[in-house]
Write a protein that binds this ligand. Structure first.
Ligand code: C5P
Length: 214
């Protein structure tokens, strides 16, 4: 029987990960944070002394990912996110990560009935036929505040304005790249989380999913 796929896309720090994780728990579906794959490629390159990789070096890293890197504490670091956004512009890197994501969605690892994937191109490229797509957004200020809080909790005390500018630059790069640019799928429900608590976001998302899969 085909699996139920929930595709969550949106810009950085819009609340996609928190929502996707909670949705997966609610429906007992598998969860994949696809941004962590691009971060894993970036961190592999940083750790192997290639902070400015060519496309073939990045492709090679994507084809030879060591799953252990996904638990490295530097995966969420700002420098890793920045390089992740750069390697994500490379078509060969995207191609190398694509099959794994499609396979995860269609064959969840523990045989679950469905999967929730969050990223930038899930509803447009990875799972264009997903019955349920949500494009999560929030204002730049709100997203930068969330990222600032996340970084402070890691002991990274960068000024708010630097974080805001980096976020805007990263979104621009994600939206303007030729390969799988960040954009809402035509049939995605747009959910602005700026003024909503995480609980309210989850409630709304469950309503959306229920209405699309039942
Ligand atoms: O979501 P996160 O910030 O961890 O993602 C890091 C970077 O990976 C993003 O800025 C984006 O460039 C890239 N990415 C992507 N496609 C995805 C998920 C992430 O291009 N599906």
């Amino acid at each position: 029987m085909s699996k139920i796929i929930i595709a969550i896309d949106g810009p950085a720090a819009a609340g996609k990960g928190t929502l996707a994780r909670k949705l997966a728990a609610h429906y007992d579906f598998a969860y994949l944070d696809t941004g962590s794959l691009y971060r894993a490629v970036a961190l592999t390159l940083i750790l192997s002394g290639k902070p400015d990789p060519s496309e073939s070096e990045a492709e090679d890293a994507a084809n030879n990912l060591n799953p252990a890197i996904l638990t490295d504490s530097e995966l969420r670091a700002e420098a890793t996110g920045k390089l992740a956004s750069r390697v994500a512009t490379m078509q060969k890197v995207r191609d190398a990560l694509k099959i794994f994501q499609i396979d995860f969605a269609n064959n969840p690892p523990e045989g679950q009935q469905g999967a929730v994937l969050d990223g930038r191109d899930i509803g447009t490229v990875i799972c264009p036929d997903a019955p349920c797509k949500i494009y999560v957004t929030a204002t730049d200020q709100v997203r930068a505040k969330r990222r600032w809080m996340e970084l402070s909790a890691r002991g990274d005390e960068r000024p708010f304005n630097d974080i805001l500018q980096d976020l805007i630059a990263r979104d621009r790069q994600d939206q303007q790249r030729a390969a799988a640019p960040l954009k809402p799928a035509k049939d995605a429900y747009r959910l602005d989380t700026s003024d909503l608590s995480p609980e309210a976001v989850l409630k709304k998302a469950i309503e959306i999913v229920d209405s699309r899969i039942k």
